[in-house]
Write a protein that binds this ligand. Structure first.
Ligand SMILES: NC(=O)c1ccc[n+]([C@@H]2O[C@H](COP(=O)([O-])OP(=O)(O)OC[C@H]3O[C@@H](n4cnc5c(N)ncnc54)[C@H](O)[C@@H]3O)[C@@H](O)[C@H]2O)c1
Length: 309
């Protein structure tokens, strides 16, 4: 599906690498930072990647190698693309390593305080011309931009999970984002073989404004005993033709991220219809965050996933 389109077109004629963006910094080597590094390196850019935990970067680079090799085996990319793309990815132990980046994409934990701290610290190290992007799923771009010394060169660049597979990237301008930044980042995203949807800067933008309340409602459906985990997922897969059930999808996204997005919607739009389901809160409090911790609405520790309720 999408991976073929995205990976095959990256760096090909018709998708020229934007001259203005050669070196890209990525902050956060979790599932999203890893996926972004993967497609950006395949797109011909140099990548430097940082995480609070250096071992997360090591794991991230191993994951990229594994998935790129698999893509080559399936003929989605050529064998010859793999080694050069992997060589373009380097670990950045400090924000000082981002100084000469043309673009830095922040993909750290979905927590406004964490992101604000990152941007405040990061800006001290950057060339004045470096553009900044955030992969936030929900937080105000305008508000995050205001924590930087360059709100006009700041944009929301919201990739979908898993990044190598999904065709869409939402671009969100903050109130101050200038036209040059918008045009350069749009060209950059398109050069990776992705399609852009432009969203205004409102909580959770377009995709998550629609998707997360659906997931939250699925958790309420479980909470109120309307259906079991399996019944809810089966109902939406077979009854609405969704490729994944909503609870399976929640585990895939990460329940902490789902909860954060619902909190941003609830607070940002001051509307009770976005109230996070107490059961979602409970799972997050238990540290059952989905696939990344091996347990969420399903337990992934065995051969096949087993519902946890
Ligand atoms: N998971 C999804 O489906 C999805 C989809 C689109 C966007 N996003 C967004 O992408 C971002 C990352 O999500 P994820 O799913 O990759 O989360 P994750 O939990 O897999 O990874 C987050 C990473 O950020 C690191 N981190 C935290 N604080 C940091 C700091 N101060 N400096 C450097 N690294 C730091 C953590 O150590 C972790 O490795 C969030 O803003 C999320 O909303 C997630």
């Amino acid at each position: 599906m999408g991976m073929n389109v995205a990976a095959k077109s990256a760096g090909k004629p018709g998708h020229p690498i934007p001259q203005s963006i050669k070196k890209v910094g990525i902050i956060g080597a979790g599932q999203m930072g890893t996926g972004i590094a993967h497609v950006v390196a395949l797109g011909g850019h140099d990548v430097v990647i940082n995480d609070l935990k250096p071992e997360a970067v090591e794991e991230s680079i191993r994951t990229i190698e594994k998935y790129m090799t698999r893509q080559a085996e399936k003929g989605i990319i050529s064998e010859a693309q793999v080694a050069p793309a992997l060589e373009r990815i380097k670990f950045a132990p400090t924000f000082g390593d981002f100084a000469d980046c043309d673009l830095v994409i922040e993909a750290a934990t979905e927590d406004e305080a964490v992101k604000r701290k990152i941007f405040t610290e990061l800006c001290k190290h950057l060339n004045p011309s470096t553009m900044l992007a955030t992969n936030t799923s929900s937080i105000s771009i305008t508000r995050l931009a205001s924590t930087t010394d360059r709100p006009e060169r700041f944009i929301g660049m919201h990739y979908m999970n898993p990044v190598p597979l999904m065709e869409l990237v939402e671009l969100i301008r903050g109130i101050a984002t200038d036209d040059d930044t918008f045009v350069a980042t749009r060209e950059f995203v398109e050069s990776l073989g992705k399609n852009v949807a432009v969203s205004e800067d409102f909580p959770a933008f377009i995709v998550n404004r629609i998707l997360l309340p659906m997931i939250n409602e699925a958790v309420y459906t479980l909470y109120e005993g309307v259906g079991t985990v399996e019944a809810i997922d089966k109902a939406m897969k077979l009854g609405a033709h969704h490729p994944m059930g909503p609870l399976e999808l929640a585990d895939f996204i990460g329940l902490d991220t789902c909860l954060s997005v619902m909190q941003v919607l609830y607070e940002g739009l001051s509307d009770s219809k976005y109230r996070p389901c107490p059961l979602l809160v409970k799972y997050v409090e238990a540290g059952w965050l989905g696939r990344k911790t091996n347990r969420g609405f399903y337990d992934y520790r065995g051969e096949t996933p087993v519902p946890t309720r």
